[in-house]
Ligand binder design. Structure first.
Ligand code: BT5
Length: 258
């Protein structure tokens, strides 16, 4: 993978710009700085290796060289995204899940930001915002996808089991081709982000739907049956006392109840 092969693979998409790195700290950090200095809509930062890849809550994201995809996409919000910016994590999740489906896999979205295949995490999403006063200037959508087996971190670094595309399917296309599929799906769903169909497609892919789950945050743990999504992408649960509960995005993690 290099800048030339990426530009060629992505040539049918209307990308705003591309910065490719053999090695970088974090593609999201580079994209946040580029967005703040005026990057065009749909500009991409892609790296072969990340040395300081980030998850949420300053957790680490493992991206060893030659094994994974680490990409950050800069979005300039349109009116539909300004109206419901919290749907953007769903946009990335749908694009990644539908890419897995092109390999005949049966992906699930572990709300809010993980893609599971056969119950194991294969990709993660980190959405960050560049503000202009109280307005969103741009969104940076970081996506890490485990392609080859070497991308899967050792089990002692994980709170949740992980896998790679290579572990799940027989024949893998080049990484550039996988990225092209991700961004094609992204373009498809971005055009529908304001529609009800968007929420139902996202909801239909949720992991643990209809099952008992626990939502952990620093402040509390909430248990309930996972029902689906609200219009802003918040998670709807039926609490143990049969009271409905709505979980907003934030630093929460979802686990199936033991
Ligand atoms: C995420 O965080 O899942 C978001 C990951 C986003 C990574 C992309 S790569 C491109 C862009 N640039 C960045 O710097 N970041 C983004 P979270 O839900 O907090 O999960 C993090 C946890 O996942 C870690 O604490 C590990 O337990 C586990 N983990 C780390 N690397 C992993 C990997 N390659 N595959 C599966 N799990 C991993």
């Amino acid at each position: 993978m290099n800048e030339v092969s990426l530009k060629k693979a992505l040539s049918s998409l209307n990308i705003g710009g591309l910065r490719y790195f053999d090695s970088i700290g974090s593609t999201n950090d580079e994209a946040l700085a580029w967005a703040a200095s005026g990057a065009a809509d749909f500009s991409l930062v892609i790296a072969d290796e990340q040395t300081r890849g980030r998850g949420r809550l300053n957790r680490k994201w493992f991206t060893p060289p030659g094994s994974a995809l680490a990409a950050s996409l800069i979005l300039r919000p349109n009116p539909a995204i300004h109206a419901r910016p919290s749907r953007v994590v769903g946009l990335a999740a749908l694009a990644l899940a539908e890419t897995c489906r092109t390999f005949n896999l049966n992906p699930r979205i572990k709300w809010p930001n993980d893609i599971l295949v056969n119950g194991k995490k294969i990709a993660g999403i980190l959405v960050e915002t560049v503000w202009s006063g109280a307005e969103i200037d741009s969104l940076v959508i970081g996506m890490g996808i485990n392609i080859y087996k070497a991308s899967v971190p050792p089990a002692d670094l994980l709170q949740f089991p992980a896998s790679s595309l290579e572990d799940e399917i027989n024949t893998l296309p080049p990484r550039e081709e996988i990225l092209r599929r991700v961004f094609e799906n992204f373009v498809h769903w971005r055009a529908k982000i304001g529609a009800d169909e968007f929420i139902s497609a996202w909801e239909n892919l949720l992991a643990f739907r209809g099952e008992q789950v626990q939502i952990h945050s620093a402040a509390e743990t909430i248990s309930g049956k996972l029902l689906g999504l609200d219009l802003d992408g918040s998670l709807r649960l039926l609490g143990e006392n049969r009271q409905p509960a709505v979980i907003h995005f934030g630093d929460v993690s979802l686990r199936p109840s033991a």
